[in-house]
Design a protein around this ligand. Structure first.
Ligand SMILES: *Cc1c(COP(=O)(O)O)cnc(C)c1O
Length: 411
């Protein structure tokens, strides 16, 4: 048995020391150095195995070491890695077609590839401002965003992130943002005025604590946007890409956005994001000169995106998510029933959260790591479960056993 607490046997120490001596300390990292992965399991430098219910923060949908994905990347590395957006490239043409098809946002919709989710949000905000500018030629347009939301850390994305703790030290932020309460339509209505150009929200709030939008909330917002020609921006960066039981979570609501953002599992580990504009928005917003990126949509990233969409189809991943979700929900509900410190489960598909009382959630996450289980937190008191989409019932059983042991120890 290897024990990562026994210092002389701990191979991770030099890597951790070197990292902390050189990388800006913006994360309180857990003292684990992962070295390899296979399926839904990770291995650290001490050879210890971990069952992964975090997937690199809802990224690695396909599981680690997916042969077909790795081969596609290797082939693209040998063919061509980068060209810039001054030219066309083959993977871009293929990835864009597959994304537009998966999004299903109708005739004339168009995608723009970015390097991250944050940049997808930036692009979405700019597209909305430009659309409104084209209509009214005024420069005081406003956004409505939600409290407890998360859209990223750049100044623009942070400005629509409804979390005082993240914003506080970085003011003044981008102007023209009003906040409403998620799942409270009247609070949204109260913020609408003639300057409102877009409403931005996550279909399922992730970092804020795993809150799915209620169907009537989203439907009323859609109707409001239609009535006033306000754009609806749905952030699907975490909840999209099959995680919630549809390629994009909004597809389960019968309500489509004007602008959608996607990232995280879009490249399954290759840094890539995108925003997609529906036909109406694409026809009257960003044009040459308005927006750009050196890397965005480069051949390597797009080869990843293209292969990810192929594998989603070949492996019927969305169907698998729908088939396995009831089992995960049942096991999590059993845990909630068995432990007084767990009070509520909520979520959609393989994006689930359990509310914790009395024990700091970080303590549970750290103890789970010792037990060989990677889980994440969300908000201040929620345990987050966002496994690779390829998990099976046996993995869920193992997760529940490990978590039970951890909770017994801490209770
Ligand atoms: C992670 C996340 C982002 C930011 O994406 P990055 O790739 O980290 O820039 C934005 N919105 C949501 C909902 C997210 O979960």
């Amino acid at each position: 048995m290897q024990d990562s607490n026994v210092n002389e046997m701990n191979r991770s120490t030099p890597y951790i020391t070197k990292t902390e001596e050189n990388v800006l300390h913006t994360y309180n990292r857990f003292p684990v150095v992962f070295e390899s992965g296979e399926g839904v399991r990770l291995k650290d430098v001490n050879g210890k195995e971990y069952l992964d219910f975090g997937a690199g923060i809802a990224v690695f949908a396909l599981g680690y070491g997916c042969g077909a994905y790795n081969e596609a990347l290797k082939a693209q590395v040998d063919a061509l890695i980068h060209t810039s957006n001054l030219f066309y490239n083959i993977p871009l043409s293929e990835a864009a077609e597959k994304l537009i098809t998966a999004a299903g946002m109708g005739e004339g919709s168009r995608a723009f590839f970015t390097n991250s989710g944050t940049e997808a949000i930036e692009g979405a905000l700019k597209a909305a401002r430009k659309y409104a500018w084209n209509k009214e030629k005024r420069d005081d347009h406003e956004f409505i965003a939600m409290r407890q939301s998360f859209h990223g850390r750049s100044i623009g994305a942070l400005s629509v992130t409804g979390n005082d703790h993240y914003q506080e030290a970085f003011r003044p932020l981008m102007g023209g943002v009003r906040f409403a309460d998620f799942n409270d339509f009247d609070s949204v209505l109260a913020q609408v005025n003639e300057r409102t150009c877009a409403i931005i929200l996550e279909t399922v709030q992730g970092e804020g604590g795993i809150y799915p939008a209620q169907p009537d909330f989203l439907q009323k917002i859609r109707a409001l946007c239609d009535e006033k020609d306000i754009l609806l921006i749905l952030d699907e960066i975490q909840c999209g890409m099959g995680r919630c039981g549809a390629m994009y979570a909004w597809q389960k609501y019968g309500v489509a956005p004007d602008i959608m953002t996607t990232a995280k599992a879009l490249g399954c580990g290759i840094p890539v994001g995108a925003f997609v504009l529906n036909g109406k928005t694409a026809a009257s917003s960003l044009v040459p000169g308005d927006h750009g990126t050196t890397y965005g949509g480069n051949p390597l990233a797009c080869a990843a995106v293209s292969k990810v969409f192929d594998l989603f189809e070949e492996c019927a991943l969305v169907e698998h998510v729908n088939a396995i979700t009831p089992y995960l929900e049942k096991k999590l509900d059993e845990l909630v029933g068995a432990f007084d410190c767990l009070s509520e489960r909520r979520g959609m598909g393989l994006m689930q959260g359990i509310v914790v009382k009395d024990i700091p959630v970080g303590k549970i996450v750290a103890a789970a790591l010792e037990e060989g289980l990677v889980i994440l937190s969300a908000g201040s008191d929620v345990l987050r479960f966002v496994p690779p989409l390829v998990i099976r019932e046996g993995d869920i059983d193992e997760m529940a056993q490990k978590l039970s042991r951890v909770l017994k120890r801490l209770s």
